[in-house]
Design a protein around this ligand. Structure first.
Ligand code: S3P
Length: 743
């Protein structure tokens, strides 16, 4: 496997344990250096290292090999943390400044301090580093040339660090397969103190407690997987961890204090049988472990470290057949959490969409102290806290990619007693929030936005809201819902009038929670300060997700697909109306009403489509479905014209431009207009299309492949997980040839 040029002439490893031995062996295996030399304390250790082929030769001290070292050579110090100072003294006495020196100690502040004591300042040749790849195993016998593959190495360069030495160390780690990150010394020690040093302290203490202090000699005989998983790290090298606890004393102490405080609160909850506290801690922790590491770290979608970027590769042709159920409705899932949280009693939800947008809403309410069990196979249990029971979150709420979360929550948070801040990912940061901030301000809310009315939103609590009569300037269910939710906290009767019907899930669901909402013509109204009573919610399958498969069946000859349990709320069925106008063969059966929302099974069989002029009154009823409908138009005979749809320009991407660009790439004549698009149906080729990180653009071009004459590569399809986590699985199941590839 040796590759390319050696990066390093001689690599000298001081301390041939797991970390040092693995680096030497890894570089050797990959041709990363000309020669590897181990400095060992005992002849046995040297013999073992040579026998295992970890290094080319060994010596007893650094001084012995120092005269041979010069530019292009690297000394790697991997001795226990508190022993690093002694090695630095030897370096001062025998090495010149041309030799690169780096270390692998788990604490960086103590090494920096030792270097200052030895050299007067941390010398420019010394790169402080920490490979995060240890395990409970230690010693040269555990050395593994592949240990660093796909692991992270943190470097903590200082202002005076020499860039040539730094670059050599970065390349060294990359050569053994690691990803290199930079942190400050202080941040490194704080983060590692909490995520690594604290768990080791707890694991050692727990095992010691069981072994020493619990009188039953059989205690380990009955210990099962939980004990094994939790305490694996108590088998780590005691001397190494002794050093780490002392070297990172301050950070370890603050992490221990925080933890002991929380543990003692948990003790009280056990003693007092405080179910709410127990369930609160356990459900939040489970969520953090299962799903939310990215959201909590505010890096969903943007950080390639936390999430690999993926593309879809689609082979042309094929047909879709079978019976499928797409995941739960996104709009209804969001609202089930919001209303369940401010209701009195326990609300149960079935069919909840476990996509990232709805999960962001769920996490926001957990952050405001609401106990939420699940989601577990679409089942969620929300322990409602009542209209005035939300608690101030300890940090800004992070809502990822979700416009619905930020806009609806803005209304609800405007009425709280506490301040909040909401932010999201790069796409959300560009989306207009003035449309919700303006009416909320006229109700008396105090809201700050970033420049141009964009997120983050800062909402000041403790304001007395008053009801307003609001005529929506655009047909937007998000704005309507935002004002109605603020109306729950306002004095008087809030009225919202819409220019065209938009989805009415908020109104229907409020009624389901026993909160009176009056509808007269285009106006919905409610009076503030009532109460919501918990209920059971059955979320229908999302017609917006079903759309991709409906269009797939419409355009691919030979298709016959049934979608079950699809929500067919009259404010959402624009897609059915438009496809039928285009000549599609759609049959609805088993129509029924579930929890205030109509649902049906929809069977779609292939039929040739024709281009149409899309009636403007259908636009708000199909607002999320246009990307897929544009694919239908491209496969239809003749011209399709869309007007009155300027809202599409401010969705997760500018969907008019993104779709026009992608269609043109595939050879389709698609001309964007300020408020719509004109598409000439015709043959479609293949190519590479950009999604602009928009889930619906990604899924639309995936189904387009059914009628393309060559493969389509859909770039950056990661965001499909925001609304349709099972899209790939269902594509494969129905007959679409889709391969997920790392980009
Ligand atoms: C939604 C309303 C629509 C839609 C969005 C969800 C909702 O936005 O595009 O995906 O749940 O209220 P607008 O109301 O802003 O058009």
């Amino acid at each position: 496997m040796s590759q390319a040029q050696p990066l390093i002439n001689k690599l000298v490893v001081v301390g041939l344990g797991l970390i040092g031995g693995s680096l030497a062996a890894g570089l050797k295996r990959r041709g990363g250096c000309v020669e590897t030399i181990g400095v060992v304390r005992t002849a046995e250790a040297g013999a073992q290292a040579l026998k295992r082929g970890v290094v080319d030769r060994t010596c007893a001290s650094l001084a012995e090999v120092a005269p041979e070292l010069g530019p292009g050579d690297v000394v790697f110090i991997s001795v226990p943390t508190l022993a690093v100072a002694g090695v630095l003294e030897q370096i001062r006495d025998c090495l010149g400044p041309q030799v690169t020196v780096t270390d692998g100690a788990s604490v960086k502040g103590s090494v920096a301090k030792a270097a200052e004591q030895v050299f007067g300042l941390v010398p420019p040749q010394l790169i402080l580093g920490h490979p995060i790849a240890g395990s409970e195993r230690s010693g040269v016998a555990a050395a593994n040339p592949d240990l660093y593959e796909q692991h992270r190495v943190i470097l903590t360069p200082l202002e005076n660090t020499d860039p040539v030495h730094l670059d050599r160390v970065v390349q060294m780690w990359q050569r053994v397969g690691a990803e290199v990150l930079n942190l400050s010394v202080e941040e490194h020690d704080e983060v590692l103190g909490a995520t690594s040093h604290l768990p080791h302290a707890i694991a050692y203490s727990l095992v010691d407690t069981l072994a020493q202090d619990i009188g039953n000699p059989n205690i380990f005989r009955y210990a099962a997987g939980g004990f094994r998983d939790f305490t694996r790290i108590a088998s780590s090298d005691p001397l190494m961890w002794h050093d780490i606890m002392r070297a990172n004393k301050d950070s370890v102490l603050s992490a221990l204090d925080l933890f002991m405080n929380n543990l003692s609160r948990l003790r009280t909850a056990v003693a007092e049988e405080d179910s709410d506290h127990l369930l609160g801690v356990f459900t939040r922790a489970k969520a953090a472990r299962d799903h939310f590491t990215n959201i909590l770290a505010k890096r969903a979608f943007v950080d390639s470290m936390s999430r690999s970027k993926i593309d879809y590769l689609l082979q042309p042709g094929g047909q879709v057949r079978g019976t499928i159920r797409v995941p739960g409705d996104k709009s209804i899932s969001h609202r089930s959490i919001m209303l369940g949280a401010i209701a009195e009693g326990i609300t149960t939800v079935e069919g909840f969409l476990e996509g990232e947008d709805a999960l962001a809403t769920l996490q926001a309410f957990r952050d405001m102290g609401v106990v939420i069990e699940g989601p577990d196979n679409g089942r969620v249990k929300i322990h409602g806290v009542g209209l005035h029971g939300l608690k101030a979150p300890t940090k800004p709420l992070y809502v990822g990619n979700s416009g619905t979360t930020i806009r609806l929550l803005a209304g609800l948070l405007a009425g709280q007693a506490f301040d909040t801040e909401m932010s999201g990912d790069e796409s959300l940061a560009t989306r207009p929030m003035g449309r919700v901030a303006d009416p909320l301000r006229s109700m008396g809310a105090v809201i700050d936005t970033a420049e141009g009315g964009r997120p983050p939103l800062r909402i000041k609590g403790g304001q007395r809201l008053k009801a307003i009569d609001y005529a929506l300037p655009m047909a937007s269910a998000q704005v309507k819902s935002c004002v109605l939710l603020a109306g729950l906290y306002a004095e008087g009767t809030t009225r919202v009038t819409e220019p065209a019907p938009t989805r009415d899930h908020t109104e229907r669901m409020l009624a389901g929670f026993g909160y009176p909402v009056k509808r007269s013509g285009a106006t919905a109204e409610l009076t503030g300060n009532g109460r919501l009573t918990a209920c059971n919610i059955d979320v229908p399958a999302d017609i917006s997700s079903a759309t991709f498969y409906m269009v797939a069946a419409c355009i691919a000859p030979g298709s016959d697909l049934t979608l079950t349990h699809v929500g067919i709320n009259p404010t959402r069925i624009g897609v059915i109306n438009i496809l039928r106008l285009m000549g599609a063969d759609l049959t609805l059966s088993n129509e029924r009403e579930i929890g205030g929302e109509p649902v049906a099974d929809i069977r779609v069989r292939y039929a040739p489509l024709k281009g149409i002029r899309i009636p403007e009154e259908q636009v708000p009823l199909a607002i999320d479905e246009f990307p897929a409908l544009f694919i239908a138009a491209a496969c239809a005979e003749g011209e399709t014209v869309l007007t009155g749809a300027e809202e599409l320009r401010v969705k997760e991407s500018d969907r008019i431009q993104a779709m026009a660009d992608g269609l043109q790439t595939l050879g389709v004549n698609a001309q964007p207009t300020p408020d719509g698009i004109v598409i000439q149906g015709g043959p479609m080729g293949g190519g590479e299309v950009e999604t602009h990180f928009d889930h619906r653009i990604a899924m639309s071009f995936s189904i387009a492949a059914l009628r393309a004459s060559a493969p389509i590569r859909v770039k950056d399809a990661t965001h499909v997980a925001t609304s349709f986590p099972t899209f790939v699985e269902l594509a494969k199941q129905t007959g679409i040839s889709l391969e997920v590839i790392d980009s």
